[in-house]
Design a protein around this ligand. Structure first.
Ligand code: GLP
Length: 249
């Protein structure tokens, strides 16, 4: 596992974008896994600055709420459209998000899993981490082998995400999420974590037992993981040498 400690969001974006750009330069048909939440946003902004030819790049989102009407500004389909598709001038036909407004969400989840496989799997998957260790929307208790499926969100996650909605009651209670087993099949994982409020869970995920109680601990099972953390999020990690070396990136 590579672990970069950076000073701020801009540096996190620069390091993350550099890794994505390397994947895209080596393969114009790269398949990117994209994440929502606040932490990865600087990565997309920095990647846009590279001006890479990306007309053949495909993107798959990690997750989506179930039950928001199509076009809702906080649906992940809309967030990905604004922050990824438009920012990077991708072909919208190459960008996929689980269909959270489908009449049959279970079927939409299965179709999504099949679509990832049909596109050859994900080359590099961006990730964040929730305060309770959730990865994508895999909440504590999720099977480490789980596949893309419909899940309930915990109150803690709904509370954390209520900042994007008018009121906590507006946050949907269900989601479609790539499974932990699905995520582990990506060829490279890139996690971005920001804020001192994530220090404890990041430490637990990367150094504690691999367990469904902390879904992000599954990263320890992947052979090619890069973590980019700011000083606050990295505060409990036992790697001062990396911290000093990377702080100037
Ligand atoms: C949401 C997303 C997760 C993300 C998490 C953390 O719950 N579904 O994929 O990891 O938020 O977001 P942030 O990066 O804002 O801390």
């Amino acid at each position: 596992m590579e672990f970069f400690v950076v000073q701020d969001a801009e540096a996190a974006g620069a390091v993350g974008a550099g890794l994505l750009a390397a994947v895209i330069r080596s393969n114009q048909d790269a398949v990117l896994g994209v994440a929502t939440g606040g932490s990865p946003l600087p990565v997309y902004r920095a990647l846009a600055g590279y001006g890479l030819e990306m007309s053949r790049v495909r993107c798959f989102a990690l997750d989506e709420y179930v039950g928001l009407p199509a076009g809702h500004p906080e649906s992940y389909a809309e967030v990905v459209r604004r922050e990824v598709t438009e920012r990077l001038s991708l072909d919208p036909a190459n960008v996929f998000v689980p269909d959270g407004s489908a009449a049959d969400p279970e079927r939409a989840a299965n179709d999504y899993e099949a679509a990832i496989a049909a596109h050859g799997g994900i080359d590099i998957q961006l990730l964040g981490i929730g305060h309770n260790g959730h990865l994508a929307f895999n909440e504590p208790g999720s099977s480490l082998e789980s596949r893309t499926r419909v899940e309930d969100l915990t109150e803690r996650t709904r509370q954390a995400n209520s900042r994007y909605f008018d009121s906590p009651a507006d946050v949907p209670g269900r989601c479609i999420t790539q499974g932990l087993g699905t995520i582990l099949e990506a060829r490279q994982l890139l996690m971005v974590v920001r804020g001192a409020d994530k220090a404890e869970i990041l430490h637990r995920a990367l150094t504690g037992p691999v367990t469904p109680d902390c879904p992000a601990s599954v990263l320890q099972r992947h052979p090619h993981v890069t973590v980019i953390a700011d000083e606050g999020a990295a505060a409990l990690m036992p790697c001062t040498a990396t911290r000093v070396a990377a702080a100037s990136v």
